[in-house]
Design a protein around this ligand. Structure first.
Ligand code: HXC
Length: 257
């Protein structure tokens, strides 16, 4: 597959999608959005891949949706071109997606990171929802995911008053899993992702499914999802292998079956 706005590579069982519009601070235009989701879906289908990283460059993860592409759009164009709906494609990815964020993660860039399963932030990472400064509001889940993650009052301040979070604050409020030095931030994210990718693949899938249910259902429904997923894992060879390996005091050899 040839892409024009992203770069892709694999390192062991980790697939990497790198946003590559540095001249525009990696702003998401429609082409890049399509390519990112195509690449994520391709890695999701690839059995050799266990975890996926999305990253930008040291200066910018992504500065949001491409304002120049959107500035003259009409209401009808926004709806017909599915500029908002297309972002839903990330919710269908079943493998863990890790955002490796350095520099700016603004607007849609912050929303993209919020849509990932985990976030590794470099010391220079800055997260914000500045849409209010250009006369709009977040449109790719910012108001909803941010409020669930950091709470109502801070989400209000970020969305209404353009408060940005440093990497330290992002970690403090649960938006970033860990902070790493800017230099080598991607390598650090790969090390992290590699560990994720080494886990039993079916159990990882079920784990992601069950944790996500916590944000979309009542407690009772979520507990039922967890119970169903837990029982289903007893139909896998990896459950037998994992428990046998524990008893035999050896490392498990996962098959993903
Ligand atoms: C288009 C962008 C852009 C963007 C930066 N650029 N962000 N182009 N869309 N979102 C371009 C600039 O126009 C400039 O192009 C080049 O990238 C470098 O940016 P500078 O502003 O010169 O860099 P700097 O001074 O370092 O400031 C970096 C920045 C700033 C803080 C990230 O660029 C900025 O505030 N960007 C906009 C952030 C934003 O408002 N995002 C929300 C977008 S709306 P030239 O050609 O001049 O060199 C959104 C809604 C999502 O995301 C909804 C989804 C459905």
């Amino acid at each position: 597959m040839t892409y024009t706005t992203i770069l892709t590579e694999t390192r062991g069982r980790v697939g990497i999608v790198q946003l590559n519009r540095p001249q525009a601070m990696n702003a998401f235009n429609l082409v890049m959005l399509g390519e990112v989701f195509d690449a994520l879906e391709a890695f999701d289908k690839d059995e050799a891949i266990g975890a996926i990283i999305v990253t930008g460059n040291e200066k910018a993860f992504a500065a949001g949706a491409d304002i120049k592409e959107m500035a003259e759009a009409s209401y009808v164009q926004m709806v017909v071109e599915e500029r908002v709906a297309v972002w839903d494609r990330i919710r269908k990815i079943r493998k863990p997606v890790i955002a490796a964020v350095s520099g700016w993660a603004l607007g849609g860039g912050c929303e993209f990171a919020l849509s990932c399963d985990m976030v590794i932030a470099s010391e220079s990472a800055k997260f914000g929802q500045p849409e209010i400064t250009i006369g709009v509001i977040p449109g790719a889940g910012g108001t909803q995911r941010l409020a669930r993650l950091v709470g109502k009052h801070l989400a209000m301040e970020m969305v209404i008053n353009n408060r940005t979070l440093t990497a330290q604050e992002a970690q403090q409020f649960g938006l970033a899993n860990r902070i790493v030095p800017v230099e080598g931030y991607l390598d650090a994210a790969v090390t992290f992702a590699d560990e994720v990718a080494s886990r039993a693949p079916m159990a990882v899938r079920m784990a992601k499914d069950a944790v996500n249910a916590a944000f979309e259902t009542t407690l009772t429904e979520g507990l039922n999802v967890e119970k169903r997923d837990f029982y289903q894992l007893f139909a896998t060879e990896d459950q037998k292998e994992g428990m046998t390996a524990f008893i035999e005091k050896r490392k498990p050899n996962w098959k993903g079956k």
